[in-house]
Design a protein around this ligand. Structure first.
Ligand SMILES: NC(=O)CC[C@H](N)C(=O)O
Length: 377
């Protein structure tokens, strides 16, 4: 079925929907990963975005119930050159078109994804509409212009979880607190994890490291966190503009004085703002699986998985020193507080999907906790 992608700047592409009738709007960005499309689709950080995969054939290995980063498709749409309709893989339980159709999310194929990607690289990420409606293109362009901008967008509120939960190995299991208290069951360091739209891979790895986790909603206050008597705090990834999250930044600023803390992606951005730094929007973001990142203390270069549109200004706070830099564009990839046990990275060390070069981040977090609190296991 014919479908149009119309951008706010008047550029448009004609292709086909591989999911039937539909319409979607959002910020159009590109992801350079050759694989991992199911993790990309289910990563809550992609809320508000329509993802163009630059690899020309997507869907070959289908989808399965294990490779999910949350309980649903989160991206607004997927754009590919060609979608494979008959997957071949022993783990596949469904094809990509059926998966998207069941989720009510539109898939567009048959457009020149290289031309779209070059356009975004030159002119920056653009708001766009994909539609199968038979209307003049100008109408869709106007519709794209009326979409909210990603800059200033608080999208974390869209994924707020209803309450605290533990990770049961496969999915969240919600718990009831007893007057705000929690009986930590395990012997490991007690870590309160903020869910801003967290990827399940992060929880899977934190749990494997022997940490005792309680995941809390983004709106949890300092008092609510401290009532849980945790040893540390972890800030996960999430969608939207970090600068819009003023209440969360305030809470995290208070907690940085009280507890050791680590953050990934949106977590780094929130911690950076909480420490007095500033954030800005990148022209077209970093979305892919092969971004070279240099660890400054060793000079070691790691190939990282990335998904972000915003970034912490390199030298915007005196409180931390940079630990990692992106070798493609010299942006800040990680920092550590000069005196307190606080650390963060902008890339995705959990790598769901992607190479595992950066996974030592989680060991450094555990080491930081052992050094600050004493060994627990
Ligand atoms: N993966 C993330 O946490 C993304 C953070 C933020 N929404 C950004 O686009 O920069």
């Amino acid at each position: 079925m014919r479908a149009i992608l119309a951008l706010e700047d008047g550029t448009w592409f004609a292709g086909r929907s591989f999911t039937g009738e539909g319409e979607a709007g959002g910020e159009v960005i590109f992801n350079t990963g050759m694989t991992g499309y199911q993790e990309v689709l289910t990563d809550p950080s992609y809320i508000g975005q329509m993802v163009c995969m630059t690899y020309p054939l997507i869907g070959n290995y289908g989808v399965n119930p294990e490779d999910v980063e949350s309980d649903r498709v989160q991206a607004e749409a997927m754009i590919v050159k060609e979608c494979c309709k008959q997957p071949s893989n022993w783990r596949a339980t469904q094809s990509l078109p059926d998966y998207l159709r069941d989720a009510g999310v539109i898939g567009l194929e048959g457009i020149d994804t290289r031309a779209l990607t070059r356009h975004i690289r030159i002119h920056g990420a653009k708001r766009g509409i994909i539609s199968t409606r038979n209307v003049p293109v100008q109408e869709l362009i106007e519709q794209a212009r009326s979409l909210p901008s990603m800059e200033g967008a608080n999208l974390v509120q869209n994924v707020e979880v209803p309450g605290p939960y533990v990770w049961d190995g496969r999915r969240p299991r919600f718990v009831t607190l007893d007057q705000g208290n929690y009986a930590w069951p395990g012997p490991g360091h007690r870590v309160v994890v903020f869910d801003f739209g967290i990827k399940w891979s992060i929880l899977r790895i934190l749990q494997k490291k022997g940490l005792d986790l309680l995941v809390v909603p983004a709106s949890f206050t300092t008092d609510q966190v401290m009532a849980l008597r945790p040893d540390a705090v972890f800030l996960g990834n999430g969608p939207g503009d970090p600068a819009s999250l003023t209440d969360i930044v305030q809470t995290v600023a208070e907690l940085t004085d009280k507890l050791p803390m680590a953050g990934i992606c949106l977590g780094q951005q929130i911690m950076g703002l909480a420490l007095g730094g500033t954030t800005y929007k990148l022209k077209f973001g970093h979305h892919g699986l092969n971004h070279p990142v240099k660890e400054l203390s060793t000079g070691r270069v790691e190939i990282s998985s990335q998904n972000h549109g915003f970034c912490v200004d390199f030298g915007s706070s005196d409180f931390y020193h940079p630990t990692h830099v992106n070798l493609n564009d010299n942006t800040l990839e990680g920092f550590r507080h000069k005196t307190k046990p606080l650390m963060a990275v902008q890339h995705h060390p959990e790598a769901g999907p992607g190479p595992h070069d950066c996974r030592s981040f989680f060991d450094r977090f555990v080491t930081m906790l052992d050094e600050t609190l004493g060994k627990k296991h």
